[in-house]
Design a protein around this ligand. Structure first.
Ligand code: GLV
Length: 327
């Protein structure tokens, strides 16, 4: 059998391409233009493996256009862009990149939380626009983070990394999760398991870190926002679609909650432009895992997953073990 072909759908680091080229013919995307479905299908038609990103929709139509495909290696921990059932049905192994981005993503969740509490981006706009004429007692006064109550919705690896950082701020940590953490883990995080309603009603900062799925679609909508304290803030580092953005805009505009910090949006990279008119929201373009070291580690892990699958091994981060049966 000749060398396999790996299609890399977005720009990655040179050492990642070099590793892939040791073992495969590589079709890369140095321009980094996101590929429209037809262009992606055209490239994938020759591929034995895809190293892809959350901007690529991997559905049955794509798989049908790629008869040689044996593996889809997502450069992300979230994998809602991949139809796992379709991959399994066609014996295509799908993988993600858990673990390597936890700490970096947790760091950024804190950047957002602190930013919105202390009105950082609003303050910078104020200064850049030349509106600062002098010190005032109440100027841009925000909310304290230390000693406040942090409510984490979704206490997986990243949620736990976020919780660990809360002790430095002497915060009270609540969480809700499908399954309760073992008691020793709860104790080490000083985190208390509560139901979602209690968390929403009690937390000063509600931080979302759940995977996106039909079960978490609009997990936070008008009713949930109405449960939050008027002084509370919402932070979304999970996925667009977990929050009903229109409901959030209404709540922010009416000051039914104090503010929000968002790294992800429904329909991104498009997003509801009404967010731009609100001062009480901090916005970033889906960069929570974006440190150089972590993005490199994610791409490298995806490449290793793809190569393992091509060697006939079980990739380290296999999402659909049932697909092994179809091989
Ligand atoms: C980023 O959002 C990821 O899922 O890795």
């Amino acid at each position: 059998m000749g060398r396999p072909t790996v299609v890399v759908t977005r720009e990655v680091f040179d050492d990642v391409l070099a590793l892939l080229r040791e073992h495969a013919e590589v079709i890369d995307n140095p321009t980094d233009e996101p590929l429209a479905p037809a262009a992606l299908a055209e490239r994938a038609s020759a591929a034995d493996a895809l190293v892809c990103a959350l901007t690529d929709r991997i559905d049955d139509a794509l798989l049908a256009a790629a008869p040689r495909l044996r593996a889809v290696a997502n450069i992300a921990v979230g994998h809602n862009n991949i139809d796992l059932a379709a991959c399994t049905a066609r014996g295509v192994l799908a993988t993600n990149t858990p673990g390597v981005l936890d700490e970096t993503t947790a760091d950024f969740a804190w950047a957002l939380l602190l930013g919105v509490a202390r009105r950082l981006t609003e303050a910078e706009r104020y200064l850049r626009e030349g509106r600062w004429t002098g010190w005032q007692l109440k100027q841009l006064a925000g909310a304290d983070v230390h000693g406040a109550t942090l409510g984490i919705v979704g206490m997986g690896r990243i949620g736990q990394a976020i919780a660990r950082r809360a002790s430095g701020f002497r915060m009270n940590v609540l969480y809700c999760n499908r399954t309760r953490l073992p008691e020793p883990v709860e104790q080490s995080l000083a985190a208390r398991w509560v139901d979602q309603a209690t968390l929403l009603e009690t937390a000063d900062f509600v931080l979302l870190m759940v995977p996106y799925s039909p079960a978490t679609h609009h997990l936070i909508g008008a009713d949930e926002l109405a449960r939050m304290k008027p002084s509370a803030f919402l932070v979304n580092t999970a996925r667009g679609g977990v929050v009903d953005d229109a409901a959030l805009i209404a709540a922010l505009a009416a000051r039914r909650i104090a503010g929000a910090a968002l790294d992800v949006f429904e329909g991104e990279p498009a997003f509801d432009r009404r967010f731009l008119d609100l001062d009480n929201v901090v916005l970033s373009p889906h960069i929570a895992s974006s440190s150089v070291a972590t993005r490199r580690a994610m791409a490298m892990l995806a490449a290793r997953n793809a190569l393992a699958a091509l060697r006939g091994e079980t990739p380290p981060n296999l999402l659909n073990p049932a697909a092994l049966q179809g091989r």
